[in-house]
Design a protein around this ligand. Sequence first.
Ligand SMILES: [Zn+2]
Length: 426
Amino acid sequence: MKKLCIVFCLMTDLAISQNIASCKERFDKYLNFRGSVSSYMRFEKDVMYLMGPGGKTELALYEEEIPALAALFEFGSQKKQVELISKKGLRRLSKRELDSLVKDNPSPITVKKEKGQMPLKGFKIALDPGHFATSLGEAFVEKKYLYFLPAGSALQDSVKIFESQLTFNTASLVKAMLEAQGATVFLSRDKSDFTSFNCTYSDWMRRHKGRTLDSLVKIGSLSPTKGNSLLKSNEVDFFWNFFRDFDLANRAAKINVFHPQVTAIIHYNVDEKNVPWTKHTNKNFSMAFIPGAFTSDNMARTEGKLSFLRLLVSNQLNRSASLAEQTVANFHKYLDIDIAKTCDATYLRDNCISTNCAGVYCRNLALCRKINSPLVYGESLYQDNEKESHLLMKSDIDLYGIKTNERLNKVAISYYEALMNFFEIK
Ligand SMILES: [Zn+2]
């Protein structure tokens, strides 16, 4: 029997990324945090300019170049991107140059779909379960845990929740659900107590700390003085002064090597006003972050500038916004939690750009800048909420061989359905 072959093009809204007006809209709506990067861009009718220090025009991006440049910034290597920028300057690329840019940087986002096969066959999805600590010792370093007795009730069970355990179990559930539909799913770490280096923080400290610092000093990424002071620092200081960012960069690098069509970063939130989280809160909100909200310090380094250009010329931001909107809507629908408004948290008010999608905020987080795919960074609920903490500690159901509870299952379903919707599979 002749097989029916359909080529699925996932760039469903390609048109929105192809002109100066749509780039300007992304810049105004998502990228420019309170005018912080206004001086880095100048928009005209059929050209936009990236500006350098002192108002010097560094790079011209002409309207007809945008699709080819989007291919380069999404699918080309960093080396190729840097080479093109320095060679191009204000010059307009010829038709031949544009054609070869598209040809040399092919989209991995084309899936051959055959009749009768599973709906996500050929699709690649990355999941990043946040954090790593699942013991009180490591959690003390990372500060992503709850451990307390409910006030005035010594008879009640204590609250003991490790965010890393919640995120890992959720990611494992989402992975199983997506794989059941044929997807290839990548997790940024292999166990609930592993960092992205696939060992615990304590193991990494014991086996890799000295060697890693040495090699960073050798290649000039760290000064010898800084390397030496980090080597001598204790595990808490080392985490906050080095390892946290190092692990995040490694998560993004691993995900980018996988070349996913989409990424979900999974976290659980707390009430920021409930610090130091030794009691319950009655608040509970759902929200999600997407890239954007750039500030001038992001533009000082090549890596930040390349992320900015990718988000400006491609449609990743638009696709992230609709994925995040769907994810938050699902949190609200399945978990019955209110969607956070700007006034519900100071970081939403002070550090984010609110989008016109309910509960979706542009936040300038390392993973949001570094991961090269449409993404949602989900914060489904507050772990320290008086009702949630008890429900989250349960492990009374077994799904896909994973001991879990109904609350985590609902969070997982929220991500899963949003991702299915992203691929337009209902
Ligand atoms: Zn978190």
